[in-house]
Design a protein around this ligand. Structure first.
Ligand code: FAD
Length: 437
């Protein structure tokens, strides 16, 4: 006899929102955030905006010491021709980040950014077809659904807009640009209680709700109403999140920089995005790159990677690339945290073993069955996996978690939020018969 209580599979109880801690009698209503990159700083800001106090723990002595420490991050729309779920998330994320940075600038905050436009050139015929399909989709979309203002430029107009000669035309996103991630992190986290130079080693649960943080020596670092783990690859270092290691991939990347003096009379007017990217001058330097390497997880700067960046740049602007020498470049390397489906992990931390117990037969397609609500590690959330798009993904992701913690309505349609939910990997694996309790 099948159980008559619980939710139907169509209700997808495995993606239910977590209970907001604010409604519980917890030890404290502060939220702890682990990780001082763009993900953690955005969570501080989103919670502070909702009247919730935050404490930010960063193991290094300064914010933005990981991937978010690059001098420039592109704010480029990510639009898909078919309006896929990833396209919907990053499209909304781009709009959110652009508006947020604009608002912070208007409020006189010390964020370094420029909305100089992004010229996106196709790297191959497939890219060119994709750009045409994007233009077609946007031209038929209602104005409210159009994330950005975009024009198609021929090679001459593209060269004029960029300030350097290019041989192909492409899309020009007029309201896009770049941001200096460390300055954005500092501003987003400025209302948080700052705990730098502290590595969080363990999270334990407090009877009745909330989370207690501990360092490596086992010292107790405070009690919080909830904790958000925004530690990039290290997000999976905790007992509650260890299973996520199987769904997180480190992708090393190196950027290269050259002095503005090298350009002589030329001026790069906007961001160039091709297979890689080139940015306008900031602090006397231009940034270009970046490499993608799955097989390295160190952050040493190598001449080989500079040479790879020059080769990549030469495909779009050969005259400029010919002036660059790998041995004379500056740079920075970091690790991108990616996932197999290229979408981030955003939401409450699923209790892996309890999921296997609660939903053991999802592969059987028993549509009449009834299931319990999602079993989470109470008051523990994750916010990571932004790959190469942290600047346009993390600020919106932070609002998803902050709304859940504050018991507010989700900012995105259910299907998009489900596509970001950390439990999607457990549910998919059970449905494919790959996991058994
Ligand atoms: C070469 C390169 C170029 C890029 N270019 C762009 C771009 O143009 N546009 C764009 O949108 N994105 C870009 N990205 C991607 C972007 O930088 C990342 O998506 C983003 O920085 C990820 O932010 P994060 O906060 O998740 O991770 P991080 O910035 O890595 O922050 C994680 C932080 O958590 C801390 N931490 C981890 N564990 C603990 C612990 N246990 N206790 C305390 N602290 C802890 C770490 O010290 C670190 O500071 C680029 C990335 C690279 C590598």
């Amino acid at each position: 006899m099948e159980p008559q209580t619980g939710k139907k599979p169509a209700d997808k109880p495995w993606f239910d929102p977590a209970a907001p801690f604010i409604r519980q009698s917890s030890h404290t209503n502060d939220v702890a955030i682990i990780g001082g990159g763009i993900a953690g700083a955005s969570c501080c800001h989103a919670l502070n905006q909702r009247g919730i106090k935050t404490t930010l723990f960063e193991q290094q002595d300064t914010l933005a010491s990981g991937a978010s420490g690059n001098p420039i991050g592109m704010l480029e729309p990510y639009i898909t021709a078919d309006n896929s779920l990833s396209g919907q998330f990053y499209q909304a994320g781009y709009q959110h980040s652009r508006n947020l940075v604009r608002q912070l600038l208007a409020e006189g905050e010390d964020v370094e950014a420029a909305f100089c436009g992004v010229l996106s050139l196709p790297a191959n015929p497939r890219d060119a077809t994709r750009q045409q399909a994007i233009l077609d989709r946007l031209s038929h979309a209602p104005k409210a659904d159009t994330p950005t203002s975009v024009q198609h430029l021929d090679p001459k107009a593209a060269s004029d807009v960029l300030g350097l000669s290019v041989s192909v035309g492409g899309l020009f996103y007029t309201d896009a640009g770049w941001v200096n991630p460390p300055s954005l992190c500092r501003v987003l986290a400025k209302q948080a209680r700052m705990k730098q130079g502290i590595h969080i080693a363990r999270i334990t649960h407090i009877q009745g709700g909330g989370a207690r943080l501990h360092d490596q020596q086992g010292s107790h670092l405070g009690d919080f109403g909830a904790v958000i783990i925004a530690g990039a690859m290290e997000t999976a270092h905790f007992a509650q999140t260890r299973w996520m290691r199987d769904y997180m991939i480190a992708l090393r990347g190196q950027i290269s920089c050259f002095s503005n003096a090298l350009l002589g009379d030329l001026k790069v007017n906007c961001v160039l995005s091709h297979k890689g990217y080139l940015t306008p001058e900031r602090a006397g330097l231009h940034v270009f790159g970046a490499t993608f390497d799955r097989h390295a997880n160190n952050t040493d700067i190598t001449e080989n990677d500079h040479a790879a960046n020059i080769t990549q740049l030469s495909l779009a602007v050969p005259d400029l690339a010919a002036r660059l020498k790998a041995g004379a470049l500056g740079g920075r390397a970091g690790l991108r945290t990616t996932t197999p489906d290229h979408l981030p992990l955003i939401g409450p931390a699923p209790d892996y073993a309890a999921y296997l117990d609660a939903y053991p037969d999802l592969d059987k397609g028993r549509y009449y069955a009834r299931y319990c609500s999602a079993p989470y590690h109470k008051d523990v959330y994750v916010c990571t996996g932004f790959g190469a798009r942290g600047m346009i993904g993390a600020p919106l992701a932070a609002t998803i978690i902050a709304n859940q913690i504050a018991g507010r309505k989700p900012p995105l349609p259910p299907l998009v939020q489900e596509a970001l939910h950390p439990a999607r990997y457990i549910v998919r694996a059970i449905k494919r018969g790959l996991l058994t309790p």
